[in-house]
Design a protein around this ligand. Structure first.
Ligand code: FDA
Length: 392
């Protein structure tokens, strides 16, 4: 049986950051992962270019039952710390939009950086290794694995959450948390497309592939971004963002004219172009196909002069306060993240250590902290991993 100061279960973003930080402090660290490759989600992230951080990251960009929990870790390992690491390795990157930093080349640049850092910090990474049992001992923990058993002083659970089961996502972290008496907040898919099965479905299908700039609101939260119609419903960044705030049965409001006051714009157009058809006026803002389908679905297209003021008001409301009730989401199959997880009230916000079991830590997505779309989830992985790495 081999002994390590620290065993990290999960060679993903959070686990590797934790291992590097602990290794650099001179701790003897082992990382185990059941997958045949480290950091698979890093590789698939950001459409293959890894949106590794957001320059404007703030605690407000994270969801949790305890919104204050993330603050300490975020302050002590910031976006600028991670950007400095990326710069140190000479990795080229760019801001795509809204502070989102992506690799110029491939996500593998970030994974290779982490593996190089792990190597320099003398971290041992054992892949294809499943943990079959964990026991608390007087000195720490004893782990049974499918290869050889190990003991350690500190045990870090960095096994991520339930999104994309085909990539090896499991509920293992929650099982361990429960084994040691922790509370798990109900989990659900976040940053995930909506499925529409009601009378709206034909419109979504007909517009599949088209996107439009909007503001989307639900449960007091609003995002300004594109929505994208799909064969199954609606997606796009604004929908992914709002999906994290949506619950079964909730209504979502979409403003298709985020830059205009809809009613005054339509009234002005009526005076300026009385003979133009509504469809033609709408084509100034939407694609021709969209304008036509909106008219076919919602209001007959006539020359502008033929609409009464109440009719124009109805059209304005439809376009600026379009209310939809999604039938559901695509679920963990395509969700970028899992909302909910290990209750933060039972962890130290400074070190991520359990306040129930000395030496047991939870970091990354398994914890009830979820970021918005745009590099925030990796920020949480880096910051929480670093916080634990400084203490283990
Ligand atoms: P992560 O899932 O990365 O790692 C967990 C590790 O634990 C895995 O290696 C897994 O194999 C291992 N593991 C699981 N169960 C185990 C067990 N029982 N035994 C041993 N090992 C086990 N975020 C962002 O900020 N920018 C982006 O561009 C994207 N893009 C993106 C795209 C897609 C398609 C997805 C699905 C997700 C994203 N994300 C993202 C989210 C981001 O990938 C995610 O939040 C982090 O990877 C979470 O890091 P963790 O280390 O917590 O888990």
């Amino acid at each position: 049986m081999s002994h390590y100061d620290v065993v990290v279960i999960g060679a993903g973003a959070a686990g590797l950051m934790c291992a590097i930080t602990a290794g650099n402090r001179g701790r003897k660290v082992l990382v185990v992962d059941h997958a045949n490759k480290a950091g698979k989600k890093i590789l698939m992230s950001g459409g293959g270019r890894c949106n590794f951080i957001n320059m404007y990251s703030e605690p407000e960009n994270f969801l949790s039952h305890n919104p204050h929990f993330c603050k300490s870790a975020l302050v002590r390992y910031t976006q600028w710390d991670f950007i400095a690491l990326v710069d140190k390795h000479g990795i080229p990157y760019h801001e795509k939009k809204l502070g989102q930093l992506f690799c110029d080349n491939k996500s593998s640049d970030i994974l290779e950086m982490l593996l190089r850092e792990s190597d320099e910090a003398d971290v041992t990474i054992r892949l294809n290794t499943s943990v079959e049992g964990i026991e608390k001992t007087e000195q720490g923990f004893e782990l049974k694995t499918n290869t050889s058993d190990v003991t350690c002083e500190s045990l870090v659970i960095a096994t991520g959450a339930l999104s994309i089961p085909t990539m090896g996502a499991t509920g293992f972290g929650y099982d361990i948390a429960r084994q040691f008496g922790h509370t798990i907040h109900d989990t659900r898919a976040g940053l995930v497309p909506f499925v529409i099965t009601n009378q709206l479905k034909p419109l979504c299908e007909a517009l599949s592939g088209s996107s439009v700039d909007t503001t989307v609101s639900c449960n007091g939260q609003t995002f300004r971004e594109n929505i994208l119609f799909t064969h199954r419903g609606i997606s796009g960044p604004a929908i992914l963002q709002i999906s994290s705030y949506w619950r079964e049965g909730d209504e979502v409001e979409i403003n298709l004219l985020p830059d205009r006051e809809a009613q005054s714009w339509l009234t002005e157009e009526q005076s300026a172009r009385p003979n133009a058809e509504l469809r033609t006026v709408l084509s100034d803002v939407f694609t021709k196909k969209m304008a036509t389908l909106f008219c076919e679905n919602w209001f007959a297209s006539k020359p502008m002069k033929q609409y009464t003021a109440p009719e124009l008001e109805k059209i304005a409301t439809q376009l600026s306060e379009w209310k939809i009730t999604p039938s559901g989401t695509e679920g963990y199959r395509t969700a970028e993240v899992t909302i909910g997880g290990v209750d933060t009230n039972e962890l130290s916000s400074k070190t991520m250590m359990s306040n129930k079991v000395d030496g047991l830590y939870f970091i990354g997505e398994v914890v009830d902290v979820t970021g918005w779309l745009g590099g925030f989830n990796f920020q949480w992985a880096w910051s929480s991993g670093h916080a634990a790495g400084e203490r283990v």
